[in-house]
Design a protein around this ligand. Structure first.
Ligand SMILES: C[S@@+](CC[C@H](N)C(=O)[O-])C[C@H]1O[C@@H](n2cnc3c(N)ncnc32)[C@H](O)[C@@H]1O
Length: 301
């Protein structure tokens, strides 16, 4: 039986997305609105894939993405409990279904309009920091790896993730680089016989991990077996403290946090900096909107 807590979460979530859905449908023809309202998950998935292949207008692609996500979240256990948080909470959402909508939702919608950090800032960080011998921890869809400035044959890329779907999706997307893949929990020391890396990205993984920055800092310890003295570590994470928020960012954060997609409502740039400074001699953290972008090098012995 569902708890009163989960029922109130469900109504909160449904109300927020219903408003967004109404707003978006205003931009579409009545024929499409009827289609979206009456179709089931399978129809929507096929339509979404069709939109991407045909290059149909962004409105339609975006709308079908939102609708698919709404149905998906309602149909999964994500709506059922909002009590304790586990490592699995940070990876459960990355189903094959969501990965098909991920880039649009994150990089064309949430990053620029909600977190107020355009995707070019993340891309610039990759451009600056990614080496020819690179490890990516928490790969998602491999959006920035796919856009990196290297040609095939020029770069070694290794993918590390706790979610097999993310590894498969990214490995297929960047197959031209023949990536290595490793299924692992980035909170535990990553033991591998693989040669060490010159750069390591931790893009968007910290806000998935439950606990405070002290606990999330375990990731910086876990990657030590992959590092040598000159390895450059970089990444970004969503913050919730000591930043300027908008009504929209508060609202979306609250929904994603209650759904356990984002974990760590106490995260601040200051805490991130001290977690890094405990482990590295050179640390830089800058904030754009609700996002902290960071880099670190020269680990303490
Ligand atoms: C928000 S996505 C970030 C994707 C990508 N790096 C980007 O910048 O768009 C977070 C990724 O971290 C992975 N992840 C979350 N917790 C993890 C953990 N404890 N160990 C390994 N991977 C984890 C998820 O499966 C997902 O692929």
């Amino acid at each position: 039986m569902k708890s009163a807590q989960s029922l109130s979460l469900q109504s909160f979530f449904t109300a927020k997305f219903a408003a967004m859905y109404r707003y978006l449908t205003a931009a579409c023809s009545s024929e499409k609105i009827i289609f979206f309202k009456n179709s089931n998950l399978e129809d929507l998935l096929n339509w979404h894939a069709h939109c991407i292949v045909q290059g149909t207008s962004l409105d339609c692609e975006f709308l079908s993405g939102i609708r698919v996500l709404t149905i998906y979240l309602k149909e999964t256990s994500m709506m059922s409990t909002i009590t304790s948080r586990t490592t699995d909470d940070g990876v459960r959402i990355y189903s094959r279904l969501l990965l098909r909508c991920y880039d649009i939702l994150i990089y064309h919608l949430l990053a620029p309009y909600v977190w107020r950090c355009k995707s070019r800032y993340f891309a610039d960080l990759y451009h600056l920091m990614m080496s020819r011998n690179h490890a990516d921890i928490g790969v998602g869809t491999g959006y920035f790896l796919d856009r990196c400035h290297y040609q095939s044959g020029e770069v070694r890329i290794a993918l590390f993730d706790l979610q097999q779907n993310c590894l498969n999706f990214t490995a297929a997307r960047i197959a031209r680089f023949e990536p290595e893949t490793y299924l692992c929990n980035a909170l535990e020391p990553i033991q591998t016989s693989a040669a060490r890396f010159d750069s390591i990205a931790l893009g968007g993984i910290l806000h998935c991990i439950p606990g405070d920055m002290l606990q999330k800092g375990a990731v910086f310890d876990a990657i030590r077996p992959l590092m040598h003295a000159d390895t450059q570590v970089f990444g970004y994470t969503i913050l919730n403290q000591d930043i300027t928020k908008t009504m929209l960012s508060r609202c979306v954060y609250a929904v994603l946090h209650r759904l356990k997609v984002i974990n760590g409502d106490q995260d601040s740039a200051g805490q991130l900096k001290s977690a890094l400074e405990k482990r590295f001699q050179n640390v830089e953290v800058s904030t754009i909107g609700c996002i902290a972008l960071f880099s670190a090098s020269t680990p303490f012995k």
